[in-house]
Design a binder for this molecule. Structure first.
Ligand SMILES: [Zn+2]
Length: 1125
């Protein structure tokens, strides 16, 4: 006989079937012949082998025992009932009993695996609906359960719980339709089941549940069956529920419906959930193979390597337990097996590049899950990414895995806090496709024109946050791809910059630049808009409202938040720089041509672009070199003068051209008392050179006393004004001004000047005022400079009116304007008073001989204290970008005339009063960035480092550069600095090595509870008293995460020596063994060129030399110091 119709599903193949005699029901002696069938889940018996629906089924899970009872009989014993069967012969009986026992054993093994046995419910699947229904032909109501793709019929609820039912209907052949208000039919090719519910509402619910079962049955189980062929895939990777028919295609695990729901809640950045049965298109042969090779086995060996039993999931776990577990498992990676290279990004990336060329998929999974960069640069331009490498090696499964993980976030232990960062916001889904012309990606800015031949035609697809480019539109795997989340900048060069009329540049976090080209302006614009939308978060979408030449994100410091750099979004269009900062109000665009200062500070490795506007200063940090250089060039270009007219100049404060401002400022500071100022001429060649550089970029020209003669500067200013194409008073109005000077009535004349002044363009008006105000100052010093109003008028009349000097009227206008300066320009008392004070101050400074060169905004003047913070020890000092802590220290000592004796370890400390902690700066640390980071509670103090000698001795005496031991530990749990910190200090075991500080719960722990990269830690001596540190030898460790979140830990040692040893080790590993300056670094210290003002250079005194000698002796022979002790 062929297999029976229906009844079985392909996933539960029949193990054994045949005729058996079943013991008679009570009261009868006649055995009944039954067709009996056993599959993995059920033992069923039918009236005949042609029946589709059983008379009875017994869940294999509920069978407790099978026993032989003589006469070829055997018993199937459940908790509550016993079924007896008689075989035809002993062989037959033996076969049945063996088959049953094996099915039971397998069922138990599965149950143990899936923990389903804990449920007490046969089968681990929860019903979608269960309850009483009337079924025509049955006297009593039946208990009906809709489970997955089946409708199960039980005599009553008790039997349902016992796992002994009548039959079940495979809904792949079922159909339901309502009959009347409460009744509906379940139709199958073999039989019609006519049900009646208690109410119309219930009927609706039953219909819905059964239709769901049909949908599930009809969803192809072909994929599921294939994936379940690997045993571990038959149980949910997370909770162990049987027959999981969902999957996470990036994590490569098979999961149950309930877990799938929670996976979805994690977001697609963590888990991409697909159905094995319904998402048919997803399941390519490659993906199925990948699941057979990785799947739940490998997945859990990595993700669930360390699950404490108390945190394990059961199929019955509540949704909230499930959520917690899955968050911990996949978002935080809490239970994962740590790769030996964990924490070493470079090595991880290298290992990934190696792994993807092999068949070792588990290694790739482990590396990605431990932070290897999926699009790290392989070093091979031919195959720059791991994906390209895998393709080159022909590893299609690796490729599939990488592709599915291209947008997966790396698990982070510290991601418990809500993800408030803007780029974790789900970006809007933008998709676009078409042909683009593309050049090979570059690692530096494109200096020259790229010819048309250098571009290749590529089919490009932007979707799901990834821009992929393919050989052609039919290609299956992309040549490469750029994740939107990695795009840091998008730039649109002017038309015709390259061989293609329209081009755009895409900059990535990995410092690559991609150039794309197109013929049509509209298409290029469309692509630019789509890419911009794909990588700009909603927070900054205002920037998309207008066209831009450059758009992207950059670390910046501004306003009140100078403590830490944050990531802001910027767009450049024309000479306007728009910015959106994650914190703080919406900002007015910066007018780049009106900046007071635009300069670059810092060294070549750590550049900071400083933009100073009237009331705000913005620091843009060059963390990533490539896009920063792009921004730098674009901003400088946008900030430059456009042409020769006054309003096209770089404009400074109050609309005055920077060129005028620079000269006037310099003369005010250095030339007011110079005899014949503005009358005397400078050297022609020097004047010309100066004017040229001012015209090129006035902002970058810093006039310094001693470098420029005042007469050269005054001549340059006169030349500039004389050469203005339209003149200061404009060609159109020049005559009117000259005529006004002839009005005899003084009052009438002044009001006429005022009238004319209003008619001037704003920049001209502001410049006239600034210039006359300046000349007003100059004549105040006529006793010394011999330039009274009349003399100034003789010089400036022809200059400003561009006349030959014969027309006396020009001079008269200037004379009038200076004489009536206060009235014509409506200068109020306050303004005048300030101006006088300024002049007085300048005079005083000059008299005192302390006047420095011009002060330009952006120089940092900082207060540093000597030994302790009080008014008498204050020292104000300008901090050039190149200044190191050591230079600062020596300079303060020099200014205060402090001699340095041997073993005086003078050091600059950063003192944080709020935290009651201080950090001795390393001698080579740059001071300026620290200054940027100082909060209002912090200051710098130069004092002796009392522990330095002990630390140097310790370092010299010990072996290796690691330290481990117990310390008392406390974490700062207060959120946002609010609320009281909770918890106290606890004993923890620490290991500090050259890369990490690791915290273990105890000495024997294998896995660190926490670990921090040592180079990004700042270690402060001291712990604030409010926290009740258990000893007075504590230190505070501050860790700033990549996302600029500050975390703080407090550690206490038992002895002072312990503290010094830990601290010394920190210094040693953070600074590659160089803790105190050695002789060469001190001697070769070049005179810093940027040193400003009259600050003297660091003197070399005998006492300092003595110190150097001792340090030198120490470096060559550490023990020599010991002899002195
Ligand atoms: Zn599950």
């Amino acid at each position: 006989m062929d297999g029976p119709p229906g009844g079985t599903t392909p996933i539960t193949p029949v193990i054994k079937a045949g005729w058996l005699d079943k013991n008679p029901p009570q009261g009868s002696y006649i055995y009944q012949k039954r067709w009996v069938r056993l599959d993995a889940d059920h033992l069923r018996y039918f009236d005949s082998n042609k029946d589709a629906y059983s008379k009875r089924f017994i869940s294999v899970a509920c069978i407790s025992r099978v026993a032989a009872i003589g006469d070829q009989k055997f018993e199937v014993i459940t908790n509550n009932r016993t079924f007896a069967f008689r075989a035809e012969n002993d062989v037959e009986r033996k076969e049945w009993m063996q088959a049953l026992q094996q099915a039971m054993a397998e069922q138990r093994a599965r149950a143990r695996l899936s923990s389903a046995y804990l449920l007490g419910v046969p089968g681990s699947e929860q019903p979608d609906r269960a309850g009483s229904l009337e079924l025509r032909g049955f006297k009593n109501k039946l208990y009906v359960a809709v489970v997955g793709d089946k409708v199960q019929l039980y005599k009553n609820r008790e039997e349902y719980q016992l796992g002994i039912g009548i039959t079940f209907i495979d809904m792949s052949v079922g159909n339901v339709k309502e009959v009347d208000r409460r009744s509906f039919d379940l139709t199958t090719p073999y039989r019609i089941f006519s049900f009646s519910a208690d109410s119309e509402l219930e009927k609706e619910q039953w219909l819905e549940a059964m239709q769901g079962a049909i949908a599930e049955a009809l969803s192809t189980s072909e994929v599921a069956e294939r994936i379940w062929a690997a045993a571990p895939n038959r149980f949910c990777a997370d909770c162990g529920a049987a027959q999981p028919d969902w999957a996470s295609i990036n994590l490569c695990v098979v999961i149950c419906k309930r877990c799938a729901g929670e996976h979805r809640g994690l977001g697609a950045g963590i888990s991409k959930v697909r159905s094995l049965k319904m998402d048919r298109k997803v399941w390519t042969e490659t993906l199925i193979q990948l699941f057979l090779q990785l799947g739940n086995g490998a997945g859990n060996r990595f993700w669930a390597a360390n699950v404490p039993p108390s945190e394990a999931l059961q199929p019955s776990s509540s949704p909230s337990t499930r959520r917690c577990h899955l968050e911990a498992k996949y978002r935080e990676g809490k239970y994962r097996r740590y790769h030996p290279l964990f924490g070493n990004q470079e090595e991880l990336d290298k290992a990934l590049c190696a792994a993807v060329t092999t068949t070792d998929l588990a290694e790739t999974q482990a590396l990605l899950g431990c932070g290897a960069g999926i699009s790290c640069f392989s070093g091979d331009p031919e195959a720059p990414t791991p994906l390209a490498l895998a393709e080159q090696a022909g590893q299609t499964l690796q490729m599939e895995f990488l592709r599915n993980n291209r947008t997966t976030e790396v698990p982070r232990l510290d991601s418990m806090k809500p993800l408030e960062k803007h780029y974790s916001v789900v970006l809007p889904t933008v998709s676009h496709s078409g042909f683009l012309y593309k050049t090979a990606s570059a690692g530096k800015l494109l200096q020259d024109r790229r010819a048309r031949e250098e571009f290749s035609r590529r089919w490009c697809v932007l979707s799901d946050g990834v821009l992929s480019y393919y050989e052609n539109e039919r290609a299956v795997s992309p040549n490469g791809e750029i994740r939107a989340s990695e795009i840091v900048c998008l730039a649109v060069p002017p038309p015709d910059t390259h061989g293609f009329e329209h081009t755009f540049e895409v900059y990535t976090e990995g410092e690559r630049l991609y150039l794309f080209g197109l013929e049509s302006a509209e298409q290029a614009h469309e692509w630019v808009t789509c890419i911009a939308k794909a990588f700009v978060p909603p927070l900054a979408e205002d920037l998309l409202a207008c066209d831009f030449e450059r758009l992207g994100r950059l670390p910046y410091k501004a306003g009140l938040s100078l403590q830490r750099a944050q990531e802001g979004w910027f767009s450049l269009s024309g000479s306007e720089l728009r910015a959106v900062f994650p914190e703080g109000p919406c900002e007015e665009p910066l007018q780049l041509r009106k900046l007071q200062e635009l300069s670059i500070q810092g060294d070549s490795e750590n550049q900071v672009l400083v933009l100073v506007e009237r009331r705000r200063t913005l620091y843009i940090q060059g963390e990533r070199r490539l896009d920063f250089m792009g921004w730098l060039g674009a901003i400088q270009k946008a900030a430059a003068s456009l042409g020769d007219t006054l309003s096209e100049q770089q404009l400074g404060d109050s609309d005055i051209p920077v060129i005028v401002y620079r000269c006037v400022d310099y003369i005010t500071q250095c030339g007011l008392t110079s005899e014949g100022i503005y009358r005397k001429c400078g050297q022609t060649s020097k004047t010309q050179r100066l004017l040229e550089s001012l015209r090129q970029d006035a902002r970058s020209v810093h006039l310094k006393e001693g470098e420029q003669h005042v007469d050269d500067v005054s001549s340059a200013l006169k030349r500039f004004l004389r050469d203005l194409p339209d003149g200061l008073f404009t060609r159109a109005q020049r005559l009117a001004w000259l005529e006004a000077s002839e009005i005899e009535d003084e009052e009438e004349k002044v009001s006429r000047y005022r009238e004319l002044l209003v008619r001037l363009p704003p920049v001209n008006r502001a410049t006239v005022k600034a210039l006359i105000s300046h000349l007003y100052c100059v004549q105040c010093f006529s006793d010394t400079n011999q330039m009274n109003v009349h003399n100034l008028a003789i010089v400036f009349g022809p200059t400003l009116f561009q006349t030959d000097g014969q027309d006396y009227k020009a001079g008269r206008v200037v004379e009038d304007l200076i004489n009536h300066y206060v009235v014509v320009f409506s200068v109020d008392e306050e303004e005048l008073r300030k101006q006088r004070e300024e002049i007085t101050a300048i005079v005083k400074m000059r008299v005192a001989g302390t006047a420095s060169g011009t002060q330009h905004a952006g120089d940092f003047i900082c207060t540093v204290y000597l030994e302790e913070k009080k008014a008498e020890t204050e020292q104000h000092i300008k901090i050039p970008a190149s200044m190191t802590a050591e230079e600062l220290t020596l300079e303060i000592l020099d200014r205060r005339n402090v001699g340095i004796r041997e073993k005086d370890y003078w050091t600059c400390f950063e003192v944080n009063e709020r935290e009651e902690a201080e950090r001795p700066l390393h001698f080579a640390e740059k001071v300026l960035p620290i200054l940027h980071g100082l909060g209002t509670d912090s200051h710098l103090v130069v004092k002796k480092h009392q522990a330095m000698e002990a630390m140097l001795l310790y370092l010299a005496s010990r072996v290796g550069d690691t330290k481990h031991g117990m310390m008392k530990f406390r974490e700062d749990r207060s959120l946002l600095g609010l609320g009281l910190p909770s918890g106290g200090f606890h004993d923890r075991y620490f290991i500090l090595n050259s890369s990490c500080l690791r915290l273990y719960k105890e000495v024997r722990s294998h896995r660190p509870e926490k670990e921090w990269p040592v180079k990004s830690l700042k270690v402060y001596l001291g712990v604030k008293k409010k926290l009740r540190p258990p000893t007075c030898w504590g230190f505070t460790v501050v860790h700033e995460t990549e996302k600029h979140e500050k975390q703080q830990w407090y550690l206490c040692c038992d002895t002072q020596m312990e503290l010094r040893e830990w601290f010394a080790t920190f210094l040693f590993v953070q600074h590659d063994g160089l803790v105190w300056p050695s002789e060469p670094s001190r001697v070769s210290r070049a005179v810093p060129e940027v040193r400003l003002g009259s600050v003297s250079l660091i003197p070399l005194r005998g006492s300092e030399n003595e110190m150097r000698r001792s340090v030198a002796a120490f470096t060559s022979d550490p023990l020599s110091l010991l002899r002195n002790v």
